[in-house]
Ligand binder design. Structure first.
Ligand SMILES: *[C@@H]1O[C@H](CO)[C@@H](O)[C@H](O)[C@H]1NC(C)=O
Ligand SMILES: *[C@@H]1O[C@H](CO)[C@@H](O)[C@H](O)[C@H]1NC(C)=O
Length: 212
């Protein structure tokens, strides 16, 4: 027969749980670095100058008209100097009537600034409560870290442009339509999960497939 926990062991367990929870919270972001900045192994650190800290990948971007939703990123991949700095950036271009489908960024919140046009945005918290807003030009919205969110340019005639800032060099994106329907999860699993039949799942998959 197990003996009941004494008051002092309960207090100790509570303390341990509290310390664990706090240390996990403190680490819920990119790892901190112990130098001013990080230089990739393939670059001789003594040769870097301001060019290393410059990203020119957005030059001319606002002069282009895009045929479909286009996201241009400056993450650690495109801009190696970001490594260790816990920030990244993206420009999102929405043609008239386009949607950035429900997705999550597992490693960062997103701060979205509407540069041009108007966007209907929303996110769903872990109690399944939906928060929506219609953003006007120059409005800013924050999507909390790890929550499902979307943006929709409901204007049938005008494009919209937004810039997104992230608190991670690699916020990551899991787009629900792709994650669920374009990754070979078994059709029976999807049919059962969505309370439908396999033909319906196949129809959704076909719609998501890029045109041949
Ligand atoms: C790195 O660059 C410095 C300065 O140009 C040079 O003296 C050094 O030999 C280089 N180191 C390597 C490993 O190439
Ligand atoms: C910085 O270094 C790059 C090579 O990495 C070189 O092309 C450029 O001229 C340098 N810029 C300055 C201002 O020295």
């Amino acid at each position: 027969m197990a003996s009941p926990l004494s008051v002092s062991s309960v207090a100790l367990l509570t303390l341990v749980a509290f310390i664990l929870a706090n240390s996990l919270l403190a680490r819920a972001g990119d790892p901190d670095i112990t130098s001013d900045f990080l230089v990739p192994d393939n670059i001789n650190a003594s040769t870097i100058n301001g060019t290393f800290f410059t990203n020119t990948g957005f030059r001319g971007i606002f002069g282009t008209i895009v045929p479909k939703l286009t996201i241009t990123k400056a993450t650690k991949t495109e801009f190696p100097a970001l490594d260790g700095q816990s920030v990244s950036f993206a420009v999102v271009q929405y043609p008239a009537g386009s949607v950035n489908p429900p997705h999550v960024h597992p490693r960062s919140a997103e701060l979205l600034f509407v540069l041009k046009g108007s966007l209907d945005v929303g996110f769903v918290d872990t109690t399944n409560k939906l928060f929506t807003q219609t953003l006007q030009e120059n409005d800013m919205f924050v999507f909390p870290k790890g929550l499902v969110h979307f943006q929709f340019n409901s204007d049938p005639n005008s494009a919209a442009t937004a810039i997104a800032a992230f608190g991670s060099v690699n916020a990551g994106t899991a787009s629900l339509p792709t994650t669920l329907f374009s990754t070979n999860i078994d059709d029976d699993v999807l049919a059962e999960s969505f309370k439908t039949d396999v033909p319906t799942i196949l129809k959704i998959k076909a719609g998501l497939a890029p045109p041949a």
